[in-house]
Structure formats: C-alpha cells, structure tokens
Design a protein around this ligand. Structure first.
Ligand code: ZN
Length: 255
C-alpha cells in the first residue's frame, strides 16, 4: 500500500498562465476525443469537461474575443449596482483584478486530462492500494460563484499501471478550478482516474465547506459537506471500501 499525504506540500501548483491555444477546449466541442499516449501507446480518452445537463454533456463555448474587456466592464457594473463608486481610488483597478482572479480560479477549463497526465503512466505491476489524502482544493460553486474549499482523499487499486502521485493532486486541481458542484467534482476526479489508468477501482472522498452556506443562506459556517465516488472494487467490495474510509477518516481541520 502507498499512502501519501499531500497536505501543505501540495505539488499541484499552476502558474496561472492560460493556455489559449489548447485545442482541447472549444475546438473539440463536448465530444470525447481519443489520443494516443506517446510513451505507452495507451489510449487516453480526453473529455475536457464532464459537465452534464440531464445526462447530456453540455456544450462548450470558445471564449469570444473581447471577453476580457467585457468581464472588466461587468465587474464595474456590479460595483455600481452595489452602490459603490468605481472611480474611487481604491476601486479603480478592482474590475481588472477581479476579472484576472476569475480567469485564474477557472483556469481548469483550459487544461485537459491528456496534457495534465503527459505520459506519466508507469507499468509497475503494482496492485496494492495507492492513497493520497489531504489534498487541499479550492473551487467555486456554480450557483453563487462563491468559494468552497476543503480536502480530497483519492485512492485507487492499480491494474499494473500507476500514475505519478502528484498527478492525482493535479487532477483534483484541474476539476476544482471550474465552476462546480461538489458532487460532480468528486465524480469527475474518480472518472478521470478510471479512464486514465483503468484500475481495479477508484475511491474519492471530498470534504468541503461552502462559503455560500457559511456567509449567506443558512449561515452555518461550521458545516462540512462530504461527498464520495466509488468505482470498481471500492463499490463492489465493502471490505476494500471500509479500508479506504478508515484510512481517511479524521476530523477535518482545514478551518
Ligand atoms: Zn453556492
């Protein structure tokens, strides 16, 4: 068994640059494309976005030209809407800052699973559970565009093939940096690992606190939402599932 704790040393850092030429978004639409991994010759399906609406994959739009200026203008409109003066010194650069921050926080749209994995799949003949726990993640809820954040625990039981441990954290990060609901995010991470490695099973548990519940709405700051996705042996075999859960169970101490 391999257990890695990612807390604090989360290797999944991105530099925030946007890859505007990534053909995986927009150009491919919502359809799944298959590409061949150059090292292993393994077919790695790439679905840039697994967002579904009533079972159908939603359409992906190419970011239109002039979108940056339009976003800046929209933030300015919001400032006026809340009764602020956008010409006030402290707010002069706010629309641009907010637009830039939004681009960064949604930069997962510009990444694809294929680019992220980048051939880091190894045929190790390893068939014991691999678990990376305490992967910090930050996402935005798609209903309010307010943050939800917490920790993810990701495990799989390989079928010979393993992936670099940091890639698990990167997968969590890629799907987190999109507008999300926690349930879908959890499932997307599990499905991405399933498709990439075709392991015996995948288990993902995410524990998060939602600012849209803490700061508004029911205003319950202490509440945690826990979601899980179990595939393969984790779904079929209660012992395997229990083993995983006992290894991840602890009081969340993120806040
Ligand atoms: Zn929300």
């Amino acid at each position: 068994m391999t257990i890695a704790s990612s807390n604090g040393t989360n290797g999944a850092k991105t530099d925030g640059t946007l890859n505007g030429t990534n053909g995986a978004i927009g150009a491919n639409g919502a359809s799944a494309s298959i590409s061949t991994d150059s090292q292993n010759g393994v077919k790695v399906p790439v679905r840039p976005d697994r967002t579904t609406t009533q079972g159908k994959e939603s359409k992906l739009y190419t970011i239109p030209e002039g979108a940056d200026e339009a976003m800046v203008e929209a933030v300015r409109t919001m400032l006026i809407g809340v009764g602020e003066d956008p010409e006030r010194e402290g707010l002069l650069k706010t629309p641009k800052r907010v637009a830039d921050a939004m681009r960064f926080l949604t930069s997962g749209y510009n990444q694809s699973l294929e680019d992220l994995i980048n051939g880091a799949i190894f045929d190790e003949g390893h068939n014991e559970m691999v678990l990376v726990r305490d992967i910090d993640f930050f996402s935005l809820c798609e209903h309010h565009m307010l943050p939800f954040m917490g920790r993810a625990h990701v495990a799989y039981i390989p079928n010979q093939k393993v992936v670099g441990l940091s890639k698990l954290a990167r997968i969590v990060e890629m799907y987190s940096r999109r507008l999300q609901v926690q349930e879908r995010l959890t499932r997307q991470v599990a499905e991405a690992i399933q498709e990439t490695l075709e392991p015996q099973g995948v288990a993902v548990v995410m524990e998060a606190t939602h600012m849209c519940m803490a700061m508004r709405g029911v205003q319950k700051p202490g509440s945690w939402t826990v979601t899980s996705a179990m595939l393969g042996v984790f779904q079929e075999d209660s012992k395997t599932r229990e083993e995983f859960l006992s290894l991840t169970r602890h009081r969340p101490a993120f806040f």
